[in-house]
Design a protein around this ligand. Structure first.
Ligand code: SF4
Length: 652
């Protein structure tokens, strides 16, 4: 059975023979071993009600009864960027129609929201890569900011020529090691660096003035604003030497075909939206977006990080990437759902704000959670874990006993990727099929079956558990919206090997390359935006003298709930990368302490990291006890990528 890897947004193609990955298309080690979890002894196969095995009827009857007794605002739903398009859509509809609650958001808020907010502002539409990934092969220069693709998505490196790569990262990662040029700024200073590069580009006469005049608006204000980012000042803020700044601009200037790409390193900040906008400004001044062979893009992270943000599981969104505040969008979607527009709730709380309000006065008393493990993955995770304990009812649908499921009153055992049909949308906006290769184990249901059953018990009609039917409805609900899937069907995906959205008509083509004839803004022009550097919400000081930053490793994925259970992916962790100058030896046990919490890990001294910075992969519990939930004012993205810590030796 041909399907796709369950993990990251690259969604590599694979073939399953039973539970063995047989024929493949350049997988990384995570993909090769993905099928091991299908037969893991850790699989959940029986609903659990307050820790004891229960029948589905008992478990769902209990959940529906408790939910029906609460006012709508007292119930919350939390989804995930790994859920299929059909599940993301059904979950958003379930919250608004069956529960009538505004409180629905998802863990993609922690992943893509700054990139999405910036793309919407600059281009009028957010699709991570508005061009096929393979286009990168032809690039003369790719400026990659805050992405370690050699470890997080190794097969992407096939599309990147090392001699074309300029990497911006506080660590000398394997990606940076492979690059022609590595800029190593202090965490939280990418915005200043981007403004500095634009300053140098302008000073060297490298602006594509024709493109700027014909296709953009707002450049003059930006030109004036970046005059204050002269290279010596930028070196003082970022630590990137003037010569390296000049070399980056020289490489970009001399490149007829170039790309600027961002990922979580640039985006997961309390100024993440502005940081992406600063990099958009640079790309626009170079004349890259919307030009064949060049462009600007954000590299999506989670398996369905793109589709997961389009179909209405976000607090402020309806299907088709429509705003829940837009009266026209409300009327359209309400008609598809068979309700009155006034019956649809308004916008709810963003992910961290939602989790932080659980069980608090005025906050939700019950939470239904699908495809997420926030006890490990949310910032200031200790606070989130304690909020969960204040709930009257926590329901978790998962296929293993994650750290969050362990705290649940009701655990619902659900199917895995290879046991159900559906679609995902990969990082380049291509809608692809996830196919059911195996029957789920006895006792296990799909998420769609769970949602449809609960909706029926709550008295709501119109919830299908058939992925094909849900996908067709999703197309109708999103028709006419920015992410228009109306012309896409399962059959068409099969026939064409995937279809790029927007695709409004079954007769028309999809859209592999966007913005070639104009941007999705009202006047068709891309917008420059004045953005200024500001410090991180928490900077190092005497008590907490080091920057702390986090990321992913090759052999683990996200909260580790899946990959930590696969023996072949075992990594002894958690561990702490730090500079040898800090005086710790390989294997020393160290405690990383912030104002919010602490985590103990094994020291891994390395010259590849700045002396003022320590790094931990976030796949283990407690790492996010340290991180800072300071939010971006626009995207509501928490500041995962920088806070202040001290490191202490653990006595033994
Ligand atoms: Fe899976 Fe991503 Fe690895 Fe491809 S790169 S095999 S999609 S984890």
């Amino acid at each position: 059975m041909d399907t796709h890897c369950p993990y990251c947004a690259l969604q590599c193609r694979m073939r399953l023979e039973g539970t063995t990955v047989e024929a493949v298309d350049g997988l990384c080690v995570k993909g090769w071993t993905a099928a091991e979890l299908l037969s893991s002894p850790d699989r959940l196969t029986t609903p659990l009600l307050y820790g004891r095995p229960a029948t589905w009827d008992e478990a769902l009857g209990h959940v529906a009864g408790r939910l029906a007794a609460l006012p709508p605002e007292a119930v919350a739903v939390f989804g995930g960027g790994g859920l299929t398009n059909e599940k993301a859509y059904s979950l958003g509809k379930f919250a608004r129609v069956a529960l009538r609650t505004p409180n629905v958001d998802y863990n993609g808020r922690f992943c893509m929201s700054s990139a999405a907010a910036a793309s919407l502002r600059a281009f009028g539409l957010d699709r991570g890569l508005p061009f096929p990934l393979a286009d990168l092969r032809g690039a003369d220069t790719v400026l990659l900011v805050g992405a370690n693709l050699a470890e997080t998505m190794p097969p992407v490196m096939r599309h990147l020529r090392p001699e074309s790569l300029v990497v911006v990262d506080p660590r000398r990662t394997p990606t940076a090691e492979a690059a022609a040029l590595h800029l190593q700024p202090a965490p939280g200073t990418d915005l200043a660096l981007a403004n500095g590069l634009l300053h140098l580009l302008i000073a060297s006469g490298g602006v594509d003035e024709t493109y700027v005049a014909d296709r953009t608006s707002g450049f003059e204000q930006v030109r004036q604003a970046v005059a204050a980012y002269w290279p010596e000042r930028v070196e003082r803020i970022t630590g990137v030497p003037v010569a390296a700044q000049r070399e980056a601009v020289r490489l970009l200037r001399r490149s007829p075909r170039a790309y600027v790409l961002t990922a979580r390193g640039a985006e997961q900040h309390s100024k993440g939206t502005d940081t992406v906008l600063a990099l958009v400004n640079l790309a626009l001044a170079l004349g890259l977006p919307g030009r064949r062979g060049s462009g600007f893009g954000c590299v999506t992270g989670q398996g369905n990080g793109q589709g997961g943000r389009e179909h209405g599981q976000k607090a402020d969104q309806l299907p088709g990437y429509r705003s829940i505040r837009d009266p026209g969008a409300r009327a359209h979607v309400a008609a598809v759902w068979g309700v009155e527009p006034d019956e649809l709730p308004g916008p709810g709380r963003s992910a961290f704000e939602l989790l932080d309000s659980l069980g608090e006065p005025g906050g939700p008393r019950a939470l239904l959670l699908f495809g997420s493990n926030p006890v490990v993955s949310a910032p200031h995770a200790g606070r989130v874990a304690s909020r969960l304990t204040g709930l009257d009812l926590l329901v978790v649908a998962d296929f293993v006993m994650s750290e969050t499921a362990r705290q649940a009153d009701v655990v619902l055992p659900v199917a895995q990727w290879a046991e159900e049909d559906g679609t995902t949308t990969n990082l380049e906006g291509r809608v692809i099929r996830r196919r059911r290769a195996l029957t789920p184990p006895p006792g296990v249901r799909t998420d769609l079956e769970v949602i449809a059953d609960l909706a029926a018990r709550l008295g709501a009609s119109g919830f299908s558990a058939d992925p094909r039917e849900v996908f067709a409805e999703l197309g109708r609900a999103g028709a006419g919206g920015p992410a228009d899937y109306a012309g896409i069907s399962y059959d068409r995906i099969d026939a064409e090997g995937g279809v790029f959205w927007p695709c409004p008509s079954a007769d028309g083509p999809g859209s592999p390359r966007m913005f070639l004839d104009g941007f999705a803004t009202p006047d068709g022009r891309a917008r420059f935006t004045v953005v200024e550097h500001r410090p991180a919400a928490e900077e190092p000081d005497e008590e907490f003298p080091l920057y702390f930053t986090t990321g992913r490793t090759l052999r683990q994925y996200q909260s580790g709930a899946q990959t930590r259970r696969i023996p072949a992916l075992h990594v002894p962790g958690p561990y702490v990368e730090l500079h040898p100058g800090l005086g710790f030896a390989e294997g020393d046990l160290v405690r990383v302490v912030s104002r919010r919490g602490e985590v103990v890990g094994r020291a891994v001294p390395t010259e590849t990291i700045r002396q003022d910075t320590v790094f931990m992969p976030f796949h283990w519990p407690q790492v996010n006890a340290v991180t800072n939930p300071a939010l971006d004012p626009v995207s509501r993205m928490p500041e995962f990528k920088v806070c202040a810590v001290r490191v202490e030796r653990v006595a033994s």
